[in-house]
Design a protein around this ligand. Structure first.
Ligand code: NAD
Length: 484
C-alpha cells in the first residue's frame, strides 16, 4: 500500500531544493503502529547533513529567497497550501500508516496544514513596523525583520499540524528553515519537501533532515548559525534544547507537554459537555500535548457525570488506524510500556470504565484500551504527570476556589476549559487559571489556526499559531533619524 502513497524518496534528505543521500547512507526503520510491521526506511541524518542543510539555508537568504517580497512569499505559501489539498488523500493515509492516527483525524490534520499555509500566506504582507512620536527633530520607526535561519524540531504525534504552524509562520516572515522531524514518524514531513519543490519554493528556504534526536537533533539545536529554535516535544528534551540555544544566545519557542483540566460546575450543560469531555482526552489515543487528561467535577453532579462518562467509555473501540475507529494504536511498544507503568501505579484508585480493542486476536499493533479512573486525591500520580496515552482521571471538587487550586496544582499550564452557565464565574476562572489557552463551554474551539497557542510553566514558553507566531519568527529593529 505504501508504494501507492509515496511520490517522493523516503530514504533521502531534502537539502537545497534537492533530494540527497545522507552522508552516512545509514537508515532508520519506520514501523506501522497498526501492525508492528516495517513500513519503510528513512535516512539517518548526521551532523554533516545538518551542516549541509544549514549552509543551504544560509545561501538561500543571500540569493533568491532572501530577495522575495512579502507578497511573493505569500504566493508560494498559497501554492503550497493548494498542493497539500491536491495530495490530501495520500497525505492522510500516509499519516495513518506512520503515526497510527485514525483516518478522519489524519484528514483533519491535512486540512489544518493547508489552512495554516493559507493563513500565513495571507498574513506575510500584513505585518509591519510602526512609527514612534519622538519629538520634532526625530523621525523614529521600527522595521520588522526576519530572524534568519530557524530550526524546527518536531515530535511524531501531529507532524502536519506542527509543520504548518511553525514552518508556515517562519517562511511567511522570510526566514529559511531546517526541519528535523521525529525518528518515529516523518513521512508526511518528507512529503512536505516534495510539495515545497513542486510549489517552486526557492532552494534552501526549506531543508528537511530526518534523524535521531541525539544525533541530528542535538547538532541542529547547537549549530552556531541557527538564529532561532522552534521545539515541540517533551519537557525533558525541551530543556536540553534550551541549553543548546543558551550557548549560542538564540531564542527558543518551547511547545512542551501538559496535564490540561476540564472543569465542570454543577450548573454546566452536562449533555452538551459530555462528548468533548471524552474526545479531548482520547483523541490520537491520548497522545496529544493538549489532551485533557484531568476532569474536575463539582460534587453536585459528580455521580451523574461519572456514570455518563463511564457509559461513553464502554463504547470506545480501538483498532487499526485505517479502520477509523475512535482510537488507533499508540506510536510504539515503548509508549505502551510507559502507559502501562502508569496503570500499575493506579492500583489504589478506582478504574470505572474501559474501552475495548477490536478483535484483539488478529492484531499485532500497539493497541491499548482507553481507561477512565476516579481519584479523590488530586495529587495522585495519574492526576499530576503527563501520561501521553488514553487515560483520563475524574477528580471531585466542592467550591470554585478548590477547582482553581486543583487546576493550578500541576507543573504544567497548557490548556484548560470551564464548563458553567455562570458568566461571572467563567471570567473569574479564565483569569485565575494558569494556562496558555482557556476555553469556555468548549475545548479547543475546533483547532483554531488563528488562536495563539503555547504554555506556561513546564508546558514551555513562546507562542505559535495565529498572528502571534509571526512576531515570534521575526524581530524588531528601531531606526531613529535626527533631522535637526
Ligand atoms: P521528544 O521530546 O522525545 O522528541 C521531540 C523531538 O526532539 C524529536 O524530533 C526528537 O528526535 C528530538 N530530540 C530528542 N532528543 C533531542 C535532543 N537531545 N536534542 C535535540 N532534539 C532532540 O518528544 P516526543 O516523544 O516526540 O513527543 C511527545 C512530547 O511532545 C509530549 O511531551 C507532548 O506533550 C509534546 N508535544 C507538545 C506539543 C505542543 O504544542 N505543546 C505538541 C505535540 C507534542
Amino acid at each position: 500500500m505504501l508504494n501507492e502513497l509515496i511520490w517522493f524518496p523516503t530514504n533521502k534528505c531534502f537539502i537545497g531544493g534537492k533530494w540527497v543521500s545522507s552522508s552516512t547512507a545509514e537508515r532508520i526503520i519506520i514501523e506501522n503502529p497498526s501492525s508492528a510491521e516495517v513500513l519503510t526506511e528513512v535516512a539517518k541524518g548526521s551532523a554533516e547533513d545538518i551542516d549541509r542543510a544549514v549552509t543551504a539555508a544560509e545561501k538561500s537568504l543571500l540569493n533568491d529567497w532572501g530577495q522575495k517580497t512579502a507578497a511573493q512569499r505569500s504566493n508560494v505559501l498559497f501554492k503550497m497550501s493548494n498542493l497539500v489539498l491536491k495530495y490530501a488523500d495520500k497525505l492522510a493515509k500516509l499519516e495513518c500508516l506512520d503515526v497510527g492516527k485514525p483516518l478522519s483525524q489524519a484528514k483533519n490534520d491535512v486540512i489544518a496544514l493547508a489552512r495554516y499555509l493559507e493563513f500565513y500566506g495571507g498574513s506575510a504582507d500584513k505585518i509591519h513596523g510602526i512609527t514612534i512620536p519622538y519629538g520634532e527633530n526625530f523621525t523614529v520607526y521600527t522595521l520588522r525583520e526576519r530572524l534568519g535561519i530557524t530550526a524546527h524540531i518536531i515530535p511524531w504525534n501531529y507532524p502536519m499540524q506542527i509543520i504548518g504552524r511553525s514552518i508556515g509562520a517562519s517562511l511567511a516572515m522570510g526566514n529559511s528553515c531546517v526541519l528535523k522531524p521525529s525518528e518515529e514518524a516523518c513521512l508526511t514531513a518528507l512529503a512536505f519537501g516534495e510539495i515545497a519543490r513542486e510549489a517552486d519554493l526557492p532552494p534552501g528556504a526549506l531543508n528537511i533532515v530526518p534523524g535521531y534526536g541525539i544525533e541530528a537533533g542535538v547538532n541542529l539545536a547547537s549549530h552556531p548559525k541557527i538564529n532561532h529554535i522552534s521545539f515541540t516535544g517533551s519537557f525533558r528534551v525541551g530543556s536540553q534544547v534550551q541549553e543548546c540555544a543558551a550557548k549560542n544566545v538564540v531564542t527558543t519557542t518551547l511547545e512542551l507537554g501538559g496535564k490540561s483540566p476540564q472543569i465542570v460546575f454543577n450548573d454546566a450543560d452536562v449533555n452538551k459537555a459530555l462528548p468533548t469531555l471524552v474526545n479531548a482526552g482520547i483523541q490520537n489515543a491520548g497522545q496529544t500535548c493538549s489532551a485533557s487528561s484531568r476532569i474536575l467535577v463539582q460534587r453536585g453532579i459528580f455521580e451523574e457525570l461519572v456514570q455518563k462518562m463511564t457509559s461513553r467509555y464502554n463504547l470506545l473501540r480501538v483498532g487499526p488506524a485505517l479502520e477509523d475507529l475512535e482510537l488507533g494504536p499508540l506510536i510504539s511498544l515503548r509508549q505502551i510500556e510507559r502507559v502501562i507503568d502508569f496503570e500499575r501505579n493506579a492500583q489504589d484508585i478506582e478504574k470505572v470504565a474501559e474501552g475495548s480493542i477490536l478483535d484483539p486476536s488478529g492484531q499485532n499493533g500497539f493497541f491499548l484500551s482507553p481507561k477512565l479512573f476516579v481519584s479523590e486525591n488530586p495529587n495522585h500520580i495519574l492526576a499530576q504527570r503527563e501520561i501521553f496515552g488514553p487515560i483520563q482521571v475524574i477528580i471531585p471538587f466542592e467550591s470554585e476556589e478548590e477547582a482553581i487550586s486543583i487546576a493550578n496544582s500541576t507543573e504544567y499550564g497548557l490548556v484548560a476549559s470551564i464548563w458553567s452557565a455562570n458568566g461571572a464565574r467563567q471570567m473569574r476562572l479564565a483569569k485565575a487559571i494558569k494556562a496558555g489557552q482557556i476555553f469556555i463551554n468548549n475545548y479547543g474551539a475546533g483547532g483554531g489556526i488563528e488562536l495563539p497557542f503555547g504554555g506556561i510553566g513546564k508546558s514551555g514558553h513562546g507562542r505559535e499559531k495565529g498572528f502571534e507566531a509571526l512576531y515570534g519568527f521575526s524581530q524588531v529593529k528601531t531606526v531613529a533619524a535626527n533631522h535637526e
